[in-house]
Design a protein around this ligand. Structure first.
Ligand SMILES: Nc1ncnc2c1ncn2[C@@H]1O[C@H](COP(=O)(O)OP(=O)(O)OP(=O)(O)O)[C@@H](O)[C@H]1O
Ligand SMILES: [Mg+2]
Length: 457
């Protein structure tokens, strides 16, 4: 696409004229040329088709009755490319049913022949302005989204730049996506971005970790069940797939899914409907599926450990999140600074100064961005960046075990608090009760934003 095509506002508006009558076509062409339009006269749909493109900065004026594909066919074909291209139908055999049909099928307007040229020009000018606004709005949205995703999926390594571009592009379509990558490389982040930057953003994002649940429980979690489907199924349960209706279903660690569940999932993907366990009724579901895996599913399928047909269904568009050490020093430092600054901003004056970053690139980062993020958050609290490095203050030799343990405990609690969530959650993370957390915080002289909540609760 040329640069010019991308700035519709600065071009003279284009109109594609379609009429099988050469005389009529010529007269129309002259009218629009005089009015300052770029005119593309066509005597048949195949010729006109060549001008239609998604980012086309123009509108279409087409006759209805034509040999071969008629005006209504053209309307359908154009809207299959871009439903926001204005199409005006014009006919010498106009009647009310035809006009109604035109409007129902999404025509911009419907005009009877012969039409007053001045009226036609005004109408097409309005349609062109409408089209220019649609394109300008799309461009603006693209810019805004590009900026937003830059701040979310951070990095400058070519693999990450490409990942961001692919994610934005794929967010706009419903294709099933399989994300492959090691632990902590951002698979869930990409899945969320596919949802948040796409057309389903207002719908639900439902995530399920297939590796975290025993097979039978996973099945009823995914597909739901009717009351009495199995012992213990007292009430009907709506499964995650149904919950994700009109939104996105994220299947994490899909490699752990049982063969039985795989078969059921395949059916959902093929038929876009499901039956709850123990149910008879087909329930239509409209979900976009994103799956993530740490293993090579194609190789798993070759070994008979995963259904091959499901791999092909899921693998429509594969995305790979690269391991951190392959992304280079620049990305490692960039991500560290990002998460350090974020943690430091939360801590305020209690934050430690940013340490020297030269040791970062020497570490292998087996836990990838998650590990780096934790290291950055710990560094903001004054911990050494890398585990195993000598601790700066409290672990000085000669301190009693009790003092070391206490100081370590204080730091762990401080870090958990610094993540800025509710105290209930902090306590759960640390595996202690809220009351114990409160006592420990008092013992260590720690406070949190949620203090009031704790004391009231
Ligand atoms: N490119 C990135 N830019 C910014 N943050 C990132 C990036 N990649 C990952 N992260 C952050 O790293 C952490 C781990 O990411 P995420 O949970 O998406 O990884 P994952 O691949 O799903 O890991 P696992 O396989 O262990 O579930 C999250 O806090 C996420 O926000
Ligand atoms: Mg994950």
């Amino acid at each position: 696409m040329s640069h010019q095509d991308k700035s519709p506002q600065t071009m003279s508006p284009a109109v594609i004229l379609l009429d099988d009558d050469a005389e009529v076509l010529e007269a129309l062409a002259e009218t629009f040329e005089l009015a300052g339009f770029t005119v593309r006269p066509c005597t048949g749909w195949p010729e006109a088709r060549a001008h239609i493109a998604r980012e086309m900065a123009g509108v279409v004026l087409t006759d209805v009755r034509m040999p071969g594909r008629d005006g209504f066919d053209a309307l359908g074909d154009i809207h299959a490319v871009d439903p926001e291209i204005p199409v005006v139908l014009i006919s010498g055999h106009a009647d009310v049913p035809m006009a109604v049909r035109a409007m129902q099928q999404g025509a911009y307007d419907f005009v009877e022949k012969p039409a007053d040229p001045a009226y036609l020009v005004e109408l097409i000018r309005r349609a062109s302005e409408h089209r220019a606004l649609v394109l300008a709005h799309r461009q603006l949205r693209e810019v805004v989204q590009t900026r937003a995703i830059d701040g979310r999926i951070i990095g400058t390594a070519p693999a990450i730049v490409r990942l961001r571009e692919m994610t934005l592009a794929l967010a706009q379509v419903d294709a099933t996506v399989l994300i492959f990558g090691q632990t902590g490389t951002g698979k869930e982040l990409v899945a969320r971005s596919l949802h948040d930057f796409g057309t389903r953003a207002r719908g639900p994002f439902v995530a399920i970790n297939c590796g975290a649940l025993p097979p039978t429980i996973l099945e009823s979690e995914l597909f739901g069940h009717e009351a009495g489907a199995f012992t213990g199924a007292k009430e009907r349960r709506i499964g995650k797939i149904e919950q994700a209706h009109l939104g996105t279903l994220f299947l994490d660690e899909i490699e752990s899914m049982s063969m039985e569940a795989q078969m059921r999932l395949l059916r959902v993907l093929q038929e876009r409907s499901l039956e709850r366990l123990g149910g008879q009724r087909e329930i239509k579901v409209d979900v976009r599926v994103v799956a993530a895996t740490k293993v090579d599913l194609v190789a798993q399928a070759a070994k008979g450990l995963f259904r091959e047909d499901l791999v092909y269904r899921l693998n429509v568009v594969p995305l790979t999140t690269p391991p951190l050490r392959e992304r280079g020093t620049r990305d490692i430092e960039l991500l560290f600074r990002h998460y350090f600054d974020e943690a430091a901003a939360k801590l305020g004056p209690r934050a430690a100064p940013c340490p020297a970053l030269d040791a970062l690139a020497r570490h292998g980062w087996p836990g990838n961005v998650r590990e780096l993020r934790n290291a950055a958050e710990r560094a903001a609290l004054g911990f050494p960046i890398l585990p195993g490095a000598p601790e700066p203050v409290e672990t000085a030799p000669g301190r009693s075990l009790a003092a070391l343990v206490a100081s370590h405990e204080r730091r762990e609690i401080e870090m958990a608090l610094a993540r800025g969530r509710q105290l209930q959650q902090v306590a759960a993370d640390l595996g202690i009760s809220r009351k114990t957390l409160y006592l420990k915080m008092r013992e260590h002289g720690l406070s949190a934003a949620g203090d009031a909540e704790l004391q009231n609760g």
